[in-house]
Design a binder for this molecule. Structure first.
Ligand code: SER
Length: 898
């Protein structure tokens, strides 16, 4: 049975049973604790927690999931994918254990000609949480499963949570016995390769708190209702129903293996285990990479971008290890698109962008590999020169750490050059690095705020935002926090006054909390208070759990008591600037897409009064012409004085209108749309905006730059700041024109002319300096002294001479000294207190055992220098001209001894 059919049967089965079909969410949701969506239930978390009311009691989805903790298992086991499709049915307070078991069992065991998967019931096993007798009884009753095929397992296996605070509950997993050829019997408890888990039924009934592992976490209490969350591994079911050995050989993954096999010198399944693993790694990772890029991530050095980079690099390295030397990623992406497109149309519609980003990473990484190969040859050369045949662990580690060489690649290259590698040393360094990374991660964890203090307020419901309609609102204080601790009252001067330590939570507020790229409003909170007038300045407003808005304040006078009525007011001038900044961002976004096309996809933004920046996916710098056009289109749209309309509507309606949504953002069903000038700009946005576009004022683009691979940033000033910036530029220009004594228009030509003249003068000066140095060198040669058995010229040169000139001079002088043993040592006062020096030794002196490399070290020790070279010529650089005489004396003394 093909994978697409497996998905379809799952959806059909549950839709027939009254479940709403919900599309997969993006793999990137707006939750900093979750790198990627790793289960079907993630998009439903607020429903389980009772924070939002689900529009349906039952739902079914096939969710795109990314799990990378087992990345090293990929290709080695038969069942680990970094990307997989999780088919799941969900009950929000509707059916519970019995329903979940019944639905799963019928779909699995119904014959294929009746819409089921046709698994042999005799091959199915179930596990349950230790004390879940109810589930055991249901498995027996509903499915007729005998007791000997039901196993009890502990918390690590059968108590499911997201690994972070959130909904959780005991689970029951369904396994298929693949038969004795896959290992010993004894059920899942004994062997998870033979008994392969295909479906996890979670009886979601509790809420978990912080914890350190799968087993160690606190249960905060029951959820408002009992729910069901299940997840069936589509790839694993495909593997079993297609009778293939592993998930990489299923119909949607295998085409990549076949494509690679048609290019690689060594085939798949040809008896080389390592090669087969490489094939599977490529097939698995390239699919995951396509999905991640599709959902808006570009390769980078941290977070999600880093995971993507790591996946792509593993693909490229695996291909290299298979003997493929040509670029391959572009073709692999096309292969993924063809296989996965029918289920994920975005891979088809967005293919050009996805492929471009992946190929750019391949090109960049290949360059790194080339530099790494050079480092490898140098290290191999040095190893041999040192008379060793073992490449050091440090070299292997540098190749791995800096150039991304897997140890296998280094081993292979070393073997080709007749060397072995100190693998133990390498592993030691890797272990140290892991240790460091672990320590870092632990340190970061402790810095996380403990959100449990706010839990009660979160449960009480969201803060009402009044700021779209008014700048001042009456409100009630629901909670006061100092350093994250709830307190009943806070007074001026009594507590720490730093603004980031005191927080007020109100039932409603006109102050905008930072989100969607718009930074928080500033303003005041004031009240009559229990003991006189109180006033606090609001420095920041942040959302907690996305629902309650926390005002970070400095109490300037009086005291605030929980329950008090207060007046919250936005600083009107600030808000005016903020609306200009945010509306300006929408205008620049629209203009960018008009000029660059739909591939310029938003990757992030930030705006505050007077300033905005906008990041977007794009390869390569923008031309001056493009920048000018973007600025022009933006300002024309400002000038057109478009009306700004904001309204709420259903997500689907908004999308149909062409409203631009952010990749990875988890939008509710009802969304707010901001429309500026009809089709010119339509975005989903919760921010505050001007009423018509002319209020934005002039927008001046400051520049455009790169902020990571494939992501560009445009920065601009808006409104009065834009004017101030232009006025400053104008004053600058006027100043320049006046000091150059020309009109503004003539400044560029005048500057070009001056630069040219300056260069010519510098060249002339260099020539003169060298000529005088040469003359000095000539004299020096004439006055060479006899030291020991050689003729020596040891001299301090005039200041300002470069190391290159010094090298050419030293050659001149050595040439003039004839064929008797001769040594030349020149040292100069360079720029910035550097002291460059060069030593040359002619062949006759080398025959006497004198080496430039040794002498340069003698020179260097007097001027804190470092350097080296060969027996005939060596150079270095130190600092501190006061050591020059001592350095020359040291050379004399050294030669005197020889
Ligand atoms: N959330 C559970 C899992 O991921 C079931 O869907 O296994």
């Amino acid at each position: 049975m093909q994978t697409h059919e497996i998905r379809k049967r799952f959806l059909d089965h549950f839709v027939k049973a009254g479940h709403a079909e919900v599309p997969s969410a993006s793999v990137i949701l707006d939750d900093p604790n979750l790198l990627f969506v790793n289960a079907g239930m993630v998009q439903f978390v607020p429903f389980f927690l009772g924070a939002r009311t689900p529009p349906w009691d039952r739902a079914v989805s096939v969710q795109k999931c990314i799990r990378t903790p087992d990345i090293d298992e990929v290709g080695i086991t038969t069942r680990h994918n970094t990307f997989f499709q999780m088919a799941g049915n969900f009950s929000f307070g509707d059916y519970f254990k019995r329903g979940a078991i019944e639905f799963a069992w019928t779909l699995l065991t119904n014959p294929q000609d009746q819409g089921g998967y046709g698994f042999d019931p005799e091959k199915l096993w179930a596990t349950v949480y230790l004390d879940d007798d109810e589930a055991i009884a249901l498995w027996q009753e509903v499915a007729g499963l005998p007791l000997e095929r039901i196993q009890r397992r502990g918390k690590a296996d059968n108590y499911w949570s997201m690994g972070i605070p959130g909904p959780c509950g005991p689970s029951s997993e369904i396994y298929v016995d693949r038969g004795p050829e896959y290992g010993v019997d004894g059920g899942p408890e004994a062997n998870e390769d033979r008994y392969i888990e295909i479906w996890n039924l979670v009886f979601m009934q509790n809420e978990r708190g912080e914890g350190t592992s799968k087993e160690d976490f606190e249960i905060l209490g029951p959820l408002p209702r009992q729910n069901i969350d299940t997840g069936m591994g589509v790839e694993r079911v495909a593997c079993l129903l297609q009778g293939v050995d592993n998930v990489y050989e299923t119909d949607l993954v295998r085409p990549v293996i076949d494509l690679v096999a048609s290019i690689a010198p060594r085939g798949y399944g040809a008896g080389n285990h390592d090669d087969d693993v490489r094939y599977r790694v490529i097939a698995d990772h390239v699919r995951t990479a396509a999905i991640i890029i599709g959902d808006g991530i570009s390769p980078g050095n941290d977070g999600r971008g880093y995971v993507l980079r790591r996946l792509l690099r593993r693909v490229i390295r695996s291909a290299k290890l298979l003997g493929i030397d040509t670029p391959i990623v572009g073709d692999l992406m096309a292969c993924v698109r063809d296989a996965m497109g029918p289920s994920y149309p975005e891979l088809v519609t967005d293919f050009d962008r996805i492929q471009r980003i992946a190929v750019a990473e391949e090109t960049a990484f290949n360059r790194t590999l080339t530099s790494g190969s050079k480092l490898f040859s140098d290290a191999a050369g040095a190893t041999r020169t040192a008379g060793s045949s073992v490449l050091s662990g440090t070299d292997a580690f540098t190749l791995h750490d800096t150039y991304g060489f897997p140890i296998e690649l280094t081993l292979e290259m070393a073997a080709e050059s007749g060397l072995s590698v100190d693998e133990e040393g390498f592993r030691g360094l890797m272990a140290e690095q892991r240790q460091r990374a672990k320590a870092d991660a632990a340190a970061r964890k402790h810095a996380h705020a403990d959100l449990s203090a706010y839990r009660e307020l979160v449960d009480a419901g969201p803060t009402e935002f009044t700021g779209f309609d008014e700048l001042t609102s009456e409100a009630r204080i629901l909670g006061i926090f100092v350093d994250g601790r709830r307190v009943p009252v806070v007074a001026h001067g009594a507590e720490a006054q730093a603004a980031d330590r005191i927080e007020l939570v109100l039932d409603r507020t006109p102050l905008y909390a930072e989100s969607g790229g718009q930074i928080a409003d500033t303003g005041t909170i004031s009240g009559t208070g229990a003991s006189g007038a109180a006033r606090a300045a609001v420095a920041d407003v942040q959302k907690i759990a996305k629902t309650i808005w926390v005002h970070r304040v400095t109490v300037e006078s009086g005291e605030f008591v929980e329950g008090d009525t207060v007046t919250a007011a936005v600083d009107a001038k600030w808000r005016h600037g903020a609306t200009q900044g945010h509306s300006g961002t929408h205008m620049v976004h629209a203009a960018l897409r008009q000029v660059l096309g739909p591939n310029a996809v938003q990757a992030g933004s930030l705006n505050r009064p007077g300033y905005l920046r906008f990041d977007f996916n794009w390869q390569g710098a923008l031309s001056d012409d493009q920048k000018t056009r973007i600025e022009e289109v933006t300002n024309e749209a400002v000038e057109a004085d478009f009306a700004v309309n904001t309204f709420n509507t259903e997500l689907e309606t908004a999308k149909a209108m062409g409203a631009m949504a952010l990749f990875g953002e988890n939008y509710p069903d009802e969304v707010r749309v901001v429309e500026i000038g009809g089709p010119f700009s339509i975005e989903l946005c919760g921010g505050t905006h001007v009423h018509n576009s002319a209020q934005i004022g002039p927008v001046t683009i400051l520049g455009e730059s790169s902020v990571g691979s494939g992501v560009r940033r445009v920065e601009a000033y808006v409104g009065l700041d834009s004017f101030k910036y232009l006025a400053k530029e104008r004053a600058l220009m006027a100043g320049l024109a006046s000091s150059l004594k020309v009109s503004s228009d003539e400044v560029p030509a005048r500057v070009a002319n001056l630069v040219e003249r300056l260069r010519a003068a510098e060249k002339e000066l260099d020539r003169a300096r060298l000529a005088s140095a040469r003359a000095a060198a000539g004299n020096a040669a004439a006055g060479a002294e006899s030291v020991g058995r050689v003729r020596l010229v040891a001299q301090r040169m005039a200041g300002g001479i470069s190391a290159a000139d010094l090298r050419s001079l030293v050659g001149d002088v050595r040439g003039k000294l004839g064929s008797d043993p001769a040594v030349v040592a020149l040292i100069a006062e360079g720029e910035n207190d550097t002291v460059p020096y060069v030593v040359a030794v002619n062949p006759a002196a080398q025959d006497l055992g004198v080496s430039a490399n040794d002498l340069v070290k003698v020179l260097g020790s007097a001027v804190n220098g470092r350097g080296g070279g060969k027996a005939d010529l060596a150079q270095g650089s130190g600092s501190g001209a006061s050591g020059i005489d001592a350095a020359l004396a040291a050379v004399r003394a050294e030669l005197g001894r020889s």
